[in-house]
Design a binder for this molecule. Structure first.
Ligand code: GAR
Length: 183
């Protein structure tokens, strides 16, 4: 069975969904790694029986030093693929040159790269919005696209309803993209 490692920083709903959908069925989730000791995803993965590791970026003097240690931890698991699911760190070439990784982003890239993508996409005049999964490269949210799914914003749609649609698409598209990439 192919092995993946998941990186996350916060709520971990996507990480949880990946584990519930794929773990020990389609692939093996060897570990979930977070940079944030308060990440809610830690407990979610532990409850599902997945090993977790904490690597706090605040303990490092530079982005490169953190990334080097992160790569070391990842390499120990020898994963076929690394999945960034709400991992809120800009990654240096120390990471991007040596790790085969994909990322999920809540917009139709190349639109609305970076933080607050859901809010910016909601506030934009764009009628068609959605979610992207792409290869991780040294350019933030800029690597080659793997999959996108979109929907049409309704007139008078609330941010709450819009976000819920984005999340629903995320939970569909991420497992699909992982399976596509793992082949
Ligand atoms: C998700 O919406 C994901 O697409 C986004 O962070 C959220 C994490 O939620 N990622 C990015 O914005 C990456 N640039 P979760 O922790 O509940 O899965």
């Amino acid at each position: 069975m192919k092995k993946i490692v998941i990186l996350f920083s916060g709520n971990g709903f996507n990480a949880q969904n990946i584990v519930q959908t794929l773990h020990q069925k389609e692939c093996f989730v060897a570990c979930g790694i977070t940079n944030n000791r308060d990440a809610k995803g830690l407990e979610k993965l532990q409850t599902l029986g997945v090993k977790t590791e904490l690597l706090e970026h605040t303990n490092f003097d530079s982005r490169e030093a953190f990334d080097a240690e992160l790569v070391k931890i990842i390499d120990a698991y020898k994963p076929d693929l690394v999945v960034l699911s709400g991992f809120m760190r800009i990654l240096s070439e120390v990471f991007t040159n040596s790790v085969r990784a994909i990322n999920i982003h809540p917009s139709l890239l190349p639109k609305f790269k970076g933080a607050q993508a859901i809010e910016r996409s909601f506030e934009s005049l764009d009628k068609e919005c959605g979610v992207s999964v792409h290869w991780v490269s040294s350019e933030l949210d800029g690597g080659e696209l793997i999959m996108q799914k979109s929907f049409f914003k309704q007139t008078n749609e609330s941010l709450e309803s819009f976000s819920a649609k984005i999340k629903q698409i995320e939970y569909e598209i991420m497992p699909e993209a992982i399976l596509k990439v793992l082949g």
